[in-house]
Structure formats: structure tokens, C-alpha cells
Design a protein around this ligand. Structure first.
Ligand code: AMP
Ligand code: MG
Length: 714
């Protein structure tokens, strides 16, 4: 099976009646997502309104050639044995038809509770598996409470529900969180939709195949954490702002539709379908995503908005700092989490705070080699304390308590034996006739380490978002953490464009340019701790470029070349087609426009083709942007002020970066040419001199800001 969907429609159903014209909680809400991005959730006041909306939206998507996944959050079936008891057949779809007919046949004033009461009559006992009469009037066979089950009643839960902690059984017809009414009304709706759209595959009863429309059961609680986050963070959700509390159902359909759509974009939706299992699938159905929760949760990470690179209108040249602030405000982490051994975690970004599993040190111990004793037992100097038998060493504690007034030989790192609170340094003592003798004053507790004096158990040792460096591995290990919860590595695809490019050495044609940017950008991405993906070179061909982006398997793309507005600039042209391109004309030298855009939910950074400009833009813009996308901090790059060894006049209006290095006399010198074609200057340099946006007249000895390559993580 290979499933993917262009459009994901998720419906949060409700068994209640018409909820009125104003959007409310506990009504029917629908979310539509394409390319991992959800539209604003749609409020549907009644079941009739929902059916009418679906009957419009789904065919419209289909007509646009888009394959649709349609999900509903109510059980598509009852536990095994139920359908046969009611209809004589196992197939739940016949039960849907039965419900549709049953609703149609109701008398005035009757509803789903009457159907439940009637169905209970099919089972032994005064009542039946359905329970909770939500009406004011009594109904024979349907009580208020849950009756004790009889031997011939179907199981309480479907197999899939036992795998979905906190889900409600479909027998309960009312009460907070109950799904019984939703299931009944929902199944009747499904019956009508199924006959309306005979081409639909109802999963898992029909194989997904290449059906243009797949209808599946979903359960938003699988993503409750992401829903909570969304409600806290998304100010555009209905209900947010006004009453202050965003409507949960709206958040649910947005999050679920986006997550499933994101799985499609990433080519991983198959896994969600493949997780369904068990002998009763055809009878009980399955909840899409159960069995594939980690994948689904990873896909529910916050995504970037399609308009995240929009610039305020009317802007001509954007100052560097303004551009950086925009990136910083709009970018968020786009990767999920995984657990790795601490030993393999260098360079990874912590996904959550890491808390000490044990104190460091775990118990009081000696900080030096010497002799330990109880300070309170000391008399006047000089001190003479008989040595007890044995010694205390790291990993070899003294086996008995130290008698008061005696001393014990103790080595660095040894646990303080009972009766020892102070250690005198070996060099300050002498041994005489089995006693240790020393003169100087020793403070109580001298030369010892308290338990937990470094970090105590339960304390946060490292915060989420921290990028692990070698000493951090020592810290986590010392605190008893063998594993770290880290961000999945950001997959950075690197692509070069331009017909003029050739592989280095592949041709002697002087009209061809060797592809210099790709190895540089790939190495930068690796250095910054990301997973670099070489996407090769694409000629100036829009379809080829689109295909390469579609199949990139990356979280973010760095392209170089073709980023300006020239005729051959296909990166710009292509991203402009998706409606999400912004050409950032940044007041920066070297550097021409950056083309920033979203391709099917994936950010694309179009860097200049010129290698010097590509390098500078990658350092200045690419590095912080990638860090945030990867779940890390926004790195501030503060340079050192050093005297210039050069002279330079600069006009106001744009920031300049000069290839530079420190001379032996401590002054900073710049490369002999500012020509942006001089790639050798990048290798000659050991960093960049940054000249501010204003005018400048620099003379030798004047202070300038030097940014060593190391500050950029190189
Ligand atoms: P563009 O941004 O496409 O207008 O390219 C500007 C200049 O950079 C042109 O001279 C290109 O040939 C050159 N260029 C583009 N991509 C690369 C690359 N990957 N390696 C080296 N030079 C490049
Ligand atoms: Mg080009």
C-alpha cells in the first residue's frame, strides 16, 4: 500500500442537536489541511449542517484532483458480535444503514435514546449493554446507570479501545465525554455519505488501495499534548481572545488534520494505516494512528505558517537586524524528539529539561588525600590523633565508624566514614607512633565535599533547547543519566541550481562554473549539528526543481543560485508560484536578495549563487534560522573589538562583512580584495569584520568588530 493524501479533512462530531449560529464548544467542528497546513477550523452548528458542508467540500477537493482523507472522531463500529445481533451481519456498514433507517423511522419526540432502549431489548436482562438515559422521561430497558453485564452481551470495548487509554465505550449514551450518542448519529451519517460517494474506501473495512477518498475513524486525544499547546499558543483559534479560552474541538481538528497531512508530506502516512491489527478488524474497525502514536505525535510538532517569510509591505531594503528579528520571531522548531545514549548525544539539542537522577556528589566525600576525623573532638593544637585501622578510599569505604578522637587515612573521593566531618591535608601532617600529628588550625568541614553540593537530585541540570557539548555529557553521566531526550536531527537538504554549473573537474569548458557552494553548505550544516542531505545539482528547469524539492526528504532546504529576480532564476519563480516567496532585499554586502519561501510546508532558503555571498548569508542568516528550526536557541554572535590594521571608507545604508584575520600584532587585517568572486579570501580569512549599517571611515588602529569563524560554530 502506498497512501498519501493531498487534503486531510477531520471532523470532530457531536451527538447534540443544533448548537446555534455562534461558534461554540461541543459542537461539530471540521479542519481542512493541505501540505501540512490547516485552514481556519469550520464551525458546523448541526449534523445537517455538517453533512451539507461535507457534501460540498469533499467533491470540490475531488474535482480539483486532490485525494482526500476524511476522518471522524466517533467509533465506526461496536465491539465484535454487536452488528450481527442487530442486523444479522458482521459488516458494520450494514449497521450504519440500519441506524440511518432507524433514525428516519423515529416518531416525533423520539431520538437516539429510544433507539438504544429498543436495541437493549435484543439482549438478555431487563436492560442491555446500552446505558445512560439522558432524557427526563423513563425509557424501559435504558437505565441511568451502568447495568451489570450479562453473559451474552458483547464486550465492553473494542480491541482498539483497549489500546487507547481514556477512550469511552460506545455503550454509554450520555454524560461528560461519552461517545454513545455520537457513534449512533455518526454511523447514520456515514451510511448516507457512503451511498453518496460509492468510490470512497472506508478503512479498514475496505482496502485503501488507490481510492480517491478514504474515510477513517480518528481520535484527537492521541494528540492531546499538541492540542493543549495549540490552545495556549494559537491566538487565531476560535474562542481565543474573546472569552480567553480557545475552543478545544477547533484546536483538535486543526492539530489532527495538520499532523496527518504532515505525515503525507513526509511520506510516512502508510505507517499510520499499517498499525491496525487483530482478528476483529473487519468487524470492529480501528482508530487511525493507534499503534503509530510516536510518528503521529512527531508529525504534530508545530509547523511553520505558509506566510512566515512575509515582509511588511513597502519595504525596499531590509536592514540585517530587522531581517534577523523577523526570522527569530517567525521560526519555530520543526523536528520531533528521540532518545539517544548520552555517549552519542554530543551536538544534539535537548528536547526537555534534564533532571539529576542522583546528587553530585551522591554522598559527602574527601576532596584531598589526608586524614579524616571529627572536628568537635579536637583539643588544642598541636593535634595528635591515633590512627584507626583500615582506610577509606574512593570505591572502598571504611567498614566501621571512626571512634571519637581518632583519625582515619582517607583518599580523594572516599566517602566520609561515620564519625568524620573534616579532613586534614596529608602534606600538613606527620605520622608518629601510629598517630597523625598536625599543628595548623583546620576549619570544621575542611577538605570535604557535601552531598549534592554541585547538583542535588531532582534539580534541573540542563534546560531544554540546550545544545550538548562534551562537558555536558560529563554532567549528565555524573548525574546518573544514561540517555538523553533530544530533538531529531534537522534534515537540511542542500541543492545547487544553474545550467552553468558542473561538477569540479568534470569539464574544462570555461563557460561552466564548478559547483563550489554545495560542499561548503553541506559541511556547514554538518558542523552545525544537522543531518545534511546532498540534493545535488538541478539545472535551470522548473519541473526538475519542483520534483527535487518534492522528493527531498528534508525539513528545510538551502539552495544557492537562482535567488534573484533574473530570467533564469527558477528558485524565485517556482516559490513565487506557490504564493509563498518573499525576496528579501537585505541591506548587506556581500549578499544579494535572499529568496525565502515555503515549499509544501518546508522552508526554503534561497541563498545567493556567488560563493562569498552564499557563505556570508549562510553564516549570518542560515545558522540562527537552522538552529531554531532544530529546536535550539537563537545564537547571538557577539564579536570582539580589536584595532584595525586597515583603512576603509564606507557609505551608509548597508552592513558589510569583510574577510579578515588577526595579524601577529593583534590587529585585524582584511583580505586584499573585496571582490565577491574572490573565494580564496574565504580560506585566507579566519573570520569576518563586521561594519555597521551607518557610514564609517576606518583608519589603522580604530576599533572594529571581529567575528572569528569559531563564533559561527566553524
Ligand atoms: P545567481 O545567484 O544564480 O545569479 O548566481 C550568481 C553567480 O554565482 C553566478 O556567477 C553563478 O554562476 C554563481 N554560482 C551559482 N551557484 C554556484 C555554485 N553552486 N557554485 C559556484 N558558483 C555558483
Ligand atoms: Mg543562476
Amino acid at each position: 500500500m502506498s497512501a498519501t493524501f493531498d487534503t486531510v479533512v477531520m471532523v470532530d462530531w457531536s451527538g447534540a442537536g443544533d448548537r446555534g449560529a455562534t461558534p461554540k464548544a461541543d459542537a461539530i467542528w471540521a479542519g481542512v489541511a493541505r501540505d501540512g497546513q490547516a485552514d481556519a477550523p469550520v464551525y458546523l452548528r448541526s449534523r445537517a449542517a455538517a453533512e451539507a458542508w461535507l457534501a460540498e467540500v469533499v467533491p470540490a477537493e475531488r474535482a480539483a484532483g486532490r485525494r482526500v482523507l476524511l476522518g471522524f472522531d466517533f467509533p465506526f463500529a461496536y465491539p465484535a458480535g454487536t452488528a450481527r445481533r442487530i442486523t444479522g451481519h458482521e459488516d458494520p456498514r450494514l449497521l450504519w444503514d440500519w441506524f440511518a433507517a432507524a433514525f428516519d423511522a423515529l416518531a416525533d419526540g423520539e431520538g437516539r435514546f429510544d433507539i438504544a432502549a429498543r436495541l437493549n431489548g435484543l439482549f438478555t436482562g431487563d436492560e442491555g449493554p446500552f446505558w445512560f438515559n439522558g432524557l427526563k422521561r423513563d425509557l424501559p430497558g435504558l437505565g441511568k446507570g451502568k447495568p451489570p453485564p450479562q453473559a451474552d452481551w458483547p464486550p465492553e470495548r473494542r480491541r482498539v479501545e483497549t489500546r487507547a487509554p481514556g477512550s469511552f465505550a460506545c455503550w454509554q449514551m450520555g454524560g461528560a465525554g461519552a461517545v454513545g450518542s455520537q457513534a449512533m448519529t455518526g454511523m447514520a451519517t456515514l451510511s448516507r455519505l457512503r451511498h453518496l460517494w460509492p468510490e470512497a474506501a472506508i478503512w479498514p473495512f475496505d482496502p485503501v488501495g488507490d481510492s480517491p477518498l478514504v474515510i477513517a475513524e480518528v481520535w484527537p486525544s492521541l494528540l492531546s499534548d499538541a492540542v493543549t499547546r495549540r490552545m495556549a499558543e494559537d491566538a487565531s483559534l476560535p474562542g481565543a481572545g474573546r472569552e480567553g479560552r480557545p475552543i478545544k474541538d477547533a484546536a483538535q481538528v486543526a492539530v489532527l488534520s495538520e499532523a496527518l497531512s504532515a505525515l503525507c508530506v513526509d511520506g510516512r502516512i502508510d505507517a499510520a494505516f499499517a498499525a491496525a491489527e487483530g482478528p476483529d478488524l473487519a468487524e470492529e474497525g480501528w482508530i487511525l494512528g493507534v499503534g503509530g502514536e510516536p510518528e503521529l505525535r512527531a508529525a504534530a510538532q508545530p509547523r511553520l505558517r505558509n506566510d512566515c517569510f512575509a515582509l511588511p509591505s513597502g519595504v525596499s531594503w531590509t536592514p540585517v537586524d530587522e531581517a534577523l528579528t523577523l526570522l527569530r520571531d517567525r521560526l519555530t522548531c520543526v523536528v520531533g524528539t528521540e532518545t539517544v545514549p548520552v555517549g552519542a548525544a554530543a551536538g544534539r539539542i535537548l528536547a526537555q529539561p534534564h533532571v539529576a537522577a542522583r546528587s553530585n556528589p551522591p554522598a559527602a566525600n574527601a576532596a584531598v588525600d589526608g586524614y579524616g576525623f571529627a572536628h568537635a573532638a579536637l583539643g588544642d593544637a598541636p593535634h595528635r590523633l591515633p590512627l584507626t585501622r583500615g582506610r577509606a578510599a574512593a570505591g572502598g569505604p571504611l567498614e566501621h565508624a571512626l571512634p571519637r578522637g581518632e583519625a582515619v587515612r582517607i583518599l580523594t573521593g572516599a566517602l566520609l566514614p561515620e564519625g568524620v566531618d573534616t579532613v586534614v591535608l596529608e602534606e600538613d601532617t606527620r605520622l608518629e607512633d601510629g598517630a597523625v600529628v598536625f599543628d595548623g588550625a583546620v576549619k570544621p568541614g575542611a577538605n570535604t565535599r557535601r552531598a549534592g553540593e554541585d547538583v542535588s537530585v531532582g534539580e534541573v541540570a540542563l534546560e531544554g533547547g540546550h545544545a550538548l557539548r562534551p562537558p555536558d555529557l560529563a554532567l549528565l553521566s555524573a548525574l546518573g543519566l544514561a540517555e538523553a531526550r533530544v530533538r531529531r536531527r534537522l534534515r537540511v537538504g542542500v541543492l545547487s541550481t544553474g545550467d552553468e554549473l558542473a561538477a569540479p573537474g568534470a569539464t574544462q569548458d570555461p563557460a561552466r562554473t564548478y559547483d563550489a557552494n554545495r560542499p561548503m553548505l553541506l559541511a556547514l550544516a554538518e558542523r552545525w549539528g544537522h543531518a545534511a542531505i546532498d540534493l545535488g545539482h538541478v539545472p535551470d528547469d522548473r519541473a526538475a526543481l519542483a520534483h527535487r524539492l518534492d522528493t527531498a526528504g528534508a525539513d528545510v532546504i538551502l539552495t544557492s543560485g537562482g535567488a534573484s529576480a533574473g530570467d533564469e532564476d527558477h528558485v524565485s519563480a517556482l516559490l513565487r508560484e506557490t504564493g509563498s516567496l518573499t525576496a528579501w532585499r537585505i541591506a548587506l554586502k556581500p549578499g544579494r536578495p535572499l529568496a525565502l519561501g515555503m515549499w509544501r510546508g518546508m522552508p526554503v532558503f534561497g541563498l545567493p549563487g556567488n560563493p562569498v555571498a552564499a557563505f556570508v548569508c549562510a553564516l549570518v542568516f542560515g545558522r540562527p534560522a537552522l538552529s531554531v528550526l532544530a529546536g535550539g536557541p537563537w545564537p547571538e554572535t557577539r564579536g570582539f573589538v580589536v584595532p584595525a590594521a586597515f583603512e576603509k571608507r564606507k557609505k551608509p545604508g548597508r552592513r558589510e562583512y569583510l574577510r579578515a584575520r588577526l595579524a601577529p600584532d593583534g590587529r585585524v587585517e582584511v583580505f586584499r580584495s573585496e571582490g565577491s568572486g574572490r573565494i580564496s579570501g574565504l580560506s585566507w580569512a579566519e573570520g569576518l569584520v563586521e561594519l555597521g549599517d551607518g557610514a564609517a571611515e576606518i583608519r589603522p588602529g580604530d576599533p572594529v568588530t571581529f567575528l572569528p569563524y569559531g563564533l559561527f560554530g566553524l
